[in-house]
Design a protein around this ligand. Structure first.
Ligand code: NAD
Length: 469
């Protein structure tokens, strides 16, 4: 049986709800998408043609506001997909204690088939439509990048919003993932990939889990396959490689490349930029049918492209012991069941790729506070650390090495604080979910444990609002 993406999310939710004690009506409210805005608007293309653009913004839950979630540009966008992604955002934010409700947006276009000028017109018009219906604003709904969008699109959104809402003092917080010059935060670009790395590393550091999987603890030496060399996939590959893992294969939509000695993602990225393909990359073997790469021998598989790429058909052939869902919804419910049966650990999207929204939260806070992280304390901390070090040196009669001195005296920059906040968030969330799973051995997989964690938090928040006493 095949399910739509939203149905898959509902199915996973129901499976988890069974392990909670909440009222049925409350569970139904949590599951429902509160507001769905489906829009059509005309845009004149470069050749003079008028195209009717299909787009969506879904606010899944306002149990906490603003709603938060990315905007996707893809020819596959449809209402069901945006609803599913918005629901996942509610659960994701709850797990990582980001005080937002879930939202998501999508524009049904292939960004590769439009000029930058056409994309700008589409993005600005979409933003104006959101403003007209009160579907965007720092206290209402705050979009961010997702598949097919990035800093450039976020800059167009904030500029359009501010021009329509002049004088709104917190207006920069209407969207996150902006360039630094437009109110962005250092560390947002790599946040999702880095969060995936922190989450998988934490699992790999759990001796009992690794023993069950027949793997050694730690990231070092683990063989990793990454699908998608976009923002998330690129940064996943980078952080795994930098921490001693071997990225043996990287898959893009035109094909994949394999090298048992490891692939450097930056070199591959530059190569693809120059040639338009990952194929024939120096020293690597071509895999013409890209999805075959998912079935190669490895320890960790990171799907970081799109949803439903692993289903009942290819799941039995997958050899990875750990699947880290960097993309949203890469596995179908059938695949989940097959992996649970095979003893493969699936680290679920719902929290594993929460790095983006976590750092978006930091960006939003920065916009509301109108001050860069670290600005107030950096010099103070450095001066204090310098004094403490001097005192220790005098008392011990020993000198710190120049390397140690630099490390100890360093006061935090924005990037240090953002990475540290992200690391703390991902480690705590991983431990919280694992604790729920261990305390209830009936829970079949980590995804269900993550849903239980999310449902408990959203339900508690509803009851605290007094809506469901
Ligand atoms: P992106 O557009 O930067 O990159 C996606 C990449 O996947 C592209 O390079 C594309 O060519 C490639 N791709 C498409 N189809 C493929 C296929 N069949 N096989 C292999 N590669 C394929 O998008 P992104 O921001 O990296 O998002 C990727 C996934 O991560 C999405 O599911 C998105 O919802 C999820 N995600 C993104 C963020 C974020 O902060 N950007 C946060 C959470 C989740």
């Amino acid at each position: 049986m095949s399910y739509s993406f939203f149905e898959s999310v509902e199915k996973s939710f129901d499976k988890a709800a069974h392990f909670t004690k909440w009222d049925k009506g409350l569970l139904a409210q949590i599951k429902a998408c509160n507001s769905v805005y489906s829009m059509r608007f005309p845009v004149k293309m470069d050749d003079g043609r008028i195209e009717v653009i299909e787009a969506y913004r879904v606010q899944h839950s306002q149990h906490k506001t603003p709603c938060k979630g990315g905007i996707r540009f893809s020819p596959e966008v449809n209402q069901d997909e945006v609803m599913a992604l918005a629901s996942l955002m509610t659960y994701k934010c709850a797990i990582v204690n980001v005080p937002f409700g879930g939202g998501k947006g999508g524009i049904k276009i292939n960004p590769r088939k439009h000029s930058a000028y056409e994309l700008e017109k589409i993005t600005r018009r979409y933003t104006a439509e959101l403003v007209k219906k009160n579907f965007i604003g720092p206290g209402i709904d705050v979009p961010a990048p997702d598949y097919g969008t990035g800093e450039r699109e976020m800059a167009w959104i904030v500029d359009t919003y501010l021009s329509l809402k002049p004088g709104e003092i917190d207006g920069a917080g209407c969207v996150t993932g902006k360039p630094i010059s437009q109110g962005g935060v250092n560390g947002r670009k790599e946040a999702t990939g880095l969060g995936v790395f922190f989450g998988v590393r934490e699992v790999c550091d759990m001796p009992d889990i690794m023993a069950k999987l027949g793997l050694a603890t730690g990231i070092e030496g683990k063989r990793v396959i990454v699908q998608g060399l976009g923002n998330v996939g690129y940064h996943c590959a980078k952080f795994f490689r930098e921490h001693g893992a071997i990225v043996v294969a990287i898959a893009e939509y035109e094909g994949a490349v394999y090298n048992e000695n490891g692939i450097n993602e930056e070199e591959l990225f530059q190569y693809r930029k120059a040639t338009g393909t990952v194929l024939n990359f120096g020293g690597a073997t071509n895999i013409i049918n890209s999805s075959d790469a998912l079935e190669l021998d490895c320890d960790i598989l990171i799907p970081a492209a799109l949803e439903n790429v692993i289903d009942g058909k290819n799941a039995p052939n997958i050899k990875a012991k750990i699947i880290g869902e960097a993309a949203n919804g890469p596995l179908t419910p059938e695949a989940d069941e097959i992996f649970a049966g095979k003893g493969v650990l699936v680290i679920p999207d719902m929290y594993l790729n929460a790095g983006g929204v976590t750092v978006s939260y930091f960006e939003w806070l920065k916009n509301l506070s109108h001050v860069r992280y670290g600005r107030l304390e950096k010099r103070f901390t450095e001066n204090m650390n310098h004094l403490i070090l001097e005192e220790i040196e005098e008392l011990t009669g020993k000198q710190a090495t120049p390397k140690a001195r630099k490390l100890i005296e360093h006061g935090p920059d924005e990037i240090d604080l953002v990475h540290s906040g992200l690391e703390e968030t991902m480690i705590s969330a991983t431990r919280e979910i694992m604790k729920i799973w261990k305390e209830n051995p009936e829970i079949p997989d980590m995804r269900t444990a993550a849903y239980v964690c999310a449902i408990n938090k959203v339900a508690t928040s509803y009851t605290e609002l007094g809506i469901f006493p």
